[in-house]
Design a protein around this ligand. Sequence first.
Ligand SMILES: NC(=O)c1ccc[n+]([C@@H]2O[C@H](COP(=O)([O-])OP(=O)(O)OC[C@H]3O[C@@H](n4cnc5c(N)ncnc54)[C@H](O)[C@@H]3O)[C@@H](O)[C@H]2O)c1
Length: 342
Amino acid sequence: MEKLVYCTENSETELFIGKPWYEIGDHIDISNTIIITDSNIHSIYGDNFPSCPVITIDPGEQTKSITTVESIVEQLLEKGCDRTSFLLGIGGGVICDITGFVASVYMRGVNFGFISTTLLSQVDASTGGKNGVNSGVNKNIIGCINQPSFVICDPEMLKSLPEEEYISGLGELVKHAFIRDAGLLGFIEENIGSILNRDHNLLTTLISASVKIKIDIVTSDEKERGIRRLLNFGHTIGHAVEIELGMKHGFAVSYGMLMAAQISVEMGLLDRNELGRIETVLNKLKLLTDIPQELPDVTEAILKDKKVEKNKIFFVLLEGIGNGVIREIRTDDLVGIIKNKK
Ligand SMILES: NC(=O)c1ccc[n+]([C@@H]2O[C@H](COP(=O)([O-])OP(=O)(O)OC[C@H]3O[C@@H](n4cnc5c(N)ncnc54)[C@H](O)[C@@H]3O)[C@@H](O)[C@H]2O)c1
């Protein structure tokens, strides 16, 4: 088990990676905690939940809405929750985002923590403090930044994850290596088989290494005014493709990372051999299997990206593996570059 602690301006978050999730009693006051989870998690793990009231929502992205937030708030009121109550989200990124958001607004804020149950949420969604919900097709457009008190990541829970969800999570894991840690990429390359077999000890090591990179970036720039933008590597094109083709996040981001790496080569920042290495590892991790034959028209999705400011966007490129760099590009120019690649 590895314990990490990170501090931001107003908070301290403890991360327990490799800790059995059912030891949650060490971290909460059962008499004052409400669990928020989805029906898939509840049916697999609910029998071992601590004996707290449970609010169960439908699984899936469509549940991540303001309507669900209202419904949870009503249920919290019915259960007599007050400002001292603690919300425990048990689930993947959807549950983390909703729980964090509800906790941030319920009675102007209550404390919260997560048992993070998908690889995507263990390496990404549960840390960093971004909480939010969608409005229509606009992803995470209503939200806030507020850190959880603790996060428990138990790789054992990943064994029940459907294959597609597991592989999708690998996209964000390898992203951290691409932008910050060439050594971690080497380690991933050497252990592809064990990664795909979901080896517990290996995953504990990998999740810790990956999350450390995220924490390091988030603690230097919690509000995403500068270096935190590095975490968006692959996400501008990835999000657009995710919206247009309905691909799963990690697959779409992997496609976005490959394209951003190709653009990096064209701009003379990245070696062709390094691009080959990136494509190979993404392929070996089965992250490029869903790749579209032809890129759809992503112009509209890119123009609507919430990261666009005054017709410009901060686009992340690689100046060598392990060295992400942020460049401000006019959205018209970016759309032109992408169209030329088609
Ligand atoms: N806040 C952030 O910083 C951040 C970062 C990345 C992604 N996100 C958000 O995360 C969400 C995606 O998260 P996700 O990929 O974890 O999806 P998810 O939460 O929808 O979970 C995927 C599916 O797996 C099921 N599941 C979860 N854990 C399981 C387990 N252990 N065993 C079996 N089934 C399990 C869920 O019920 C669901 O059907 C998106 O909404 C995205 O916007 C947020």
